[in-house]
Design a protein around this ligand. Sequence first.
Ligand SMILES: O=C(O)CCC(=O)C(=O)O
Ligand SMILES: [Fe+2]
Length: 415
Amino acid sequence: MRLQDTYKLETAQVAKGVLNGVQYSTGLTASDCFELGRQSYHNRDYYHTVLWMQEAMDRLQEEQNATTTSKPDILEYLAFSTYMQGNVARALSMTNELLELVPTHERALGNRAYYQKEIQSKASQSKKKRGEDGQDDTAIPEQNFTVAEERVKTWEEMTERERYEMLCRGEVSIPLEVEKNLKCRYVDRGIPFLKIAPFKEEEAYLDPRIVFYHNVIYDEEIETIKRMAQPRFKRATVQNYKTGALEIANYRISKSAWLQEHEHKHVAAVSKRVEHMTSMSVETAEELQVVNYGIGGHYEPHFDFARKEETNAFKSLGTGNRIATVLYYMSDVEQGGGTVFTAINISLWPRKGSAAFWYNLKPNGEGDFKTRHAACPVLTGSKWVANKWLHERGQEFHRPCTLENQATDEVDVRH
Ligand SMILES: O=C(O)CCC(=O)C(=O)O
Ligand SMILES: [Fe+2]
């Protein structure tokens, strides 16, 4: 249901196994759709119950020998959920249809009486109101459910959720005045090794500076890392805002594992490369966090740094706050799975072998709220990433702090 909403997928298309125009599977039967409707119903999600029960009904009509799902069952869910959605008249007509099929259906009889009473009491209420101006008051009011056409909202008017979903769907392109200043370059940072094989750096945004490095993790390293992480995978956790304790949360759905540099030369190499990429020390960095998102896996908008009030976060590490993030992409993702920044409205798309890098803290050590970001739900395929979080301690000579707010990060353009 989350995927359906985020990616605006039509129920009939999903039921056919078609996602954004790509045929993936053979499609769903009436009883599959019924089951999805039933699950939605149990989650009190009447909106999706109606969508999926309606689809079950359409499929049932097409299927010749459907045995597991029956029309009365569908009608019962459909009628009640339609009522819960506020359309009593339609709920009543569905209940009548159900009673034509099963005249003795007890719940339906009860519901019919209830719906009729509700409609009558609404009618008499509106009679009283209308009586005042002498208008016709005999008809039962028609339930009219046309949705007024909405004006397109500006970014400021949208909720973060709406922005997040739009960014995930790739509907937001970067403004021209921002894009025209973005550059790609080869960087060697004066490091002999990089002079031979410089990094391919691509700017994705300038304030805050978010860059991509391409071809910075090799297939062989990726294979090692995946192989090592797999047996250790646990459901990913998040830190409790107040206590600092690690907890499972529905806003982060993925599996993760931590790898140490000394465990394998490939882990060490990937970690060391972060130093070259960022010109910072990994001495105080966290271990490499490997993350795998399956279909529907996601991480809703968050900051990687700890806010002032989160006094317990990273306390035990004793290395200060998370100054920067390097996010290695270890797979392409067929559909979905972007990394989106909801405060500055940009989407990054996973590309196997690339890494994204940004500072979470401003040069004065305060958290940069513009770095708020999220991992979009994976629609098809599987997404693998590895996080390397750099900490403040040990960076004094690499990224000196300033008293000012403004970014002083110089772009290294040496060739
Ligand atoms: O997987 C992604 O694209 C982002 C992951 C992320 O933000 C995190 O793990 O903190
Ligand atoms: Fe993050």
